[in-house]
Design a protein around this ligand. Structure first.
Ligand code: ARG
Length: 467
């Protein structure tokens, strides 16, 4: 941002009468927050317009004066939108808007600040920003959820290995794995919505700390601005940043989930797995190795919880131990908050796009399901015939060991070995070593059975259709 102060002109300030001299440049520099809070301008303009109206009810403005101020603010918004930038001397966004409003409507602009303080103003504007940003975030989360559902529908019936400790565990349907990520994202969506609700309490009217001395109709003001309720205590209202903590926490958890989806996909996209292939549009090359096809967006998603956790901890650390009411410490809240929103805003479309455009390699996935992954099914076969799970586990374990030392698949062991391990292990038991059968054994709600996954998919679709 390039800013200039015309020579000889005094800085526009919202305070200063009680000081004889000017500010030291070092104080001015450390105190200024305009580079961070500039983006609050649309919200500060909106709340100022609503405040002008409220001042009519409080008999501070006549109707025509309020109209003049509101229109003036409208012109200020146009000027900022079309590129007017702050001067070096504009302390923060509230000061900038006040200065521009003076340019537009003259001295009447000074009366707009009647009964309010930047303390209730800044937190009101921040809440409006958070409500708006969380609505946008929720829409992006839903887009990724839709992508999970669409991709799950495209691979119904396809089987892959599921891993625990990143070791081959049991076969599942690919749709089941994709939907696992859907449900994690659904909790993020719900959390985002809850955080938005927390932000929807209006502090305006709290003044600096004790409440405004002018009887503005706060309930009406809240309705005009889209808040669902008003704060109950002015001291709490100007010092409460819980809504920011909740917003950042919901983003931290979201990025944690994105990082886990990313890590699955990065592994699955490696030559060793070869389960998926990323589209050209979502792959990057190497400056040295011509063969490379890197999933950069996913790696950045994997790294993102670090930044987000940092922002959350920065905010909590800033708030800790501050005395009640407003403190200048809170000016630092927005740096962390905005960084969080900026981070996720970039990530979600990139992760959605990568998932939407990748190709699944069905045969590679099925080929990775080795017959020992159905060892549990073989043990369950014995359990269904009255054997205790402990004994069944032991018998099948010995078969796995035999197959391993012979370098063959569990399914390749002769029937005689099966019977040696346990007399009830007939050749019929071998059927248990089919991946599809293993899936079909798990038709309970939440399991990977084909019908269970279809109803899971239907529940996911229902959630999305209600949004
Ligand atoms: N720039 C300030 C902030 O972000 C605005 C509130 C300033 N209030 C004050 N009393 N100095 O917190």
């Amino acid at each position: 941002m390039k800013r200039r102060q015309p020579a000889g002109k005094k800085a526009h300030q919202l305070w200063g009468g009680r000081f004889a001299g000017g500010q030291h440049p070092a104080l001015e520099a450390v105190n200024r927050s305009i580079d961070i809070d500039f983006r609050l301008w649309p919200f500060d303009v909106r709340l100022s317009q609503a405040w002008a109206n409220a001042l009519v009810g409080a008999r501070v403005f006549s109707r025509t004066e309020a109209i003049r101020v509101r229109r003036g603010l409208g012109r200020v918004a146009k000027r900022i939108a079309s590129g007017v930038r702050p001067l070096r001397t504009d302390e923060d966004i509230h000061t900038l808007i006040d200065r521009l409003l003076h340019d537009e409507v003259g001295d009447i602009a000074s009366r707009l600040h009647t009964g309010r303080s930047r303390n209730d103003q800044v937190v009101t504007a921040s809440r409006l920003y958070v409500m708006d940003a969380l609505s946008k975030l929720e829409r992006e989360i839903v887009k990724l959820q839709r992508t999970c559902v669409a991709r799950a529908s495209s691979v119904l019936g396809v089987i892959m290995p599921a891993y625990t400790h990143l070791q081959r565990a049991q076969p599942v349907s690919v749709a089941h794995w994709l939907l696992a990520h859907f449900w994690a994202l659904d909790r993020d969506r719900v959390r985002t919505r809850a955080a938005r609700h927390s932000a929807g309490v209006m502090p305006l009217g709290s003044g600096a700390i004790a409440g405004s001395a002018f009887r503005v109709n706060r309930a009406r003001l809240a309705r005009d601005l889209g808040f669902h309720s008003i704060s109950a205590n002015s001291i709490d209202a100007v010092g409460d940043r819980d809504f920011m903590v909740e917003a950042l926490f919901s983003m931290t958890t979201l990025t944690t989930h994105l990082s886990r989806l990313a890590e699955d996909l990065i592994l699955f996209g490696s030559s060793e797995f070869g389960f998926v292939r990323f589209a050209d549009a979502f792959s990057t090359g190497s400056s040295m190795m011509p063969q490379k096809r890197n999933p950069d967006a996913l790696e950045l998603a994997r790294a993102s919880p670090a930044r987000m956790t940092g922002d959350l901890v920065t905010l909590l650390g800033t708030l800790k131990g501050t005395p009640s009411g407003y403190n200048k410490d809170f000016q630092e809240d927005k740096r962390a908050l905005f960084d969080g929103f900026d981070g996720v805003a970039l990530l979600l479309p990139a992760v959605s796009g990568t998932l939407r455009t990748l190709r699944f390699n069905r045969s590679r996935m099925l080929a990775a399901v080795s017959s020992s992954m159905m060892a549990t099914d073989l043990a369950d076969f014995l359990v269904r015939r009255g054997v205790s799970f402990r004994d069944a586990h032991h018998a099948v374990g010995s078969l796995v060991r035999q197959a391993e030392s012979a370098g063959i698949e569990l399914s390749e062991l002769p029937v005689s070995s099966l019977q040696d391990a346990h007399p009830l292990l007939s050749s019929a038991a071998r059927r248990e070593l089919s991946p599809l059968r293993s899936l079909r054994n798990r038709e309970l709600p939440g399991g990977t059975g084909p019908s269970a996954v279809s109803s899971q998919l239907a529940s996911a679709r229902e959630i999305l259709s209600d949004i």
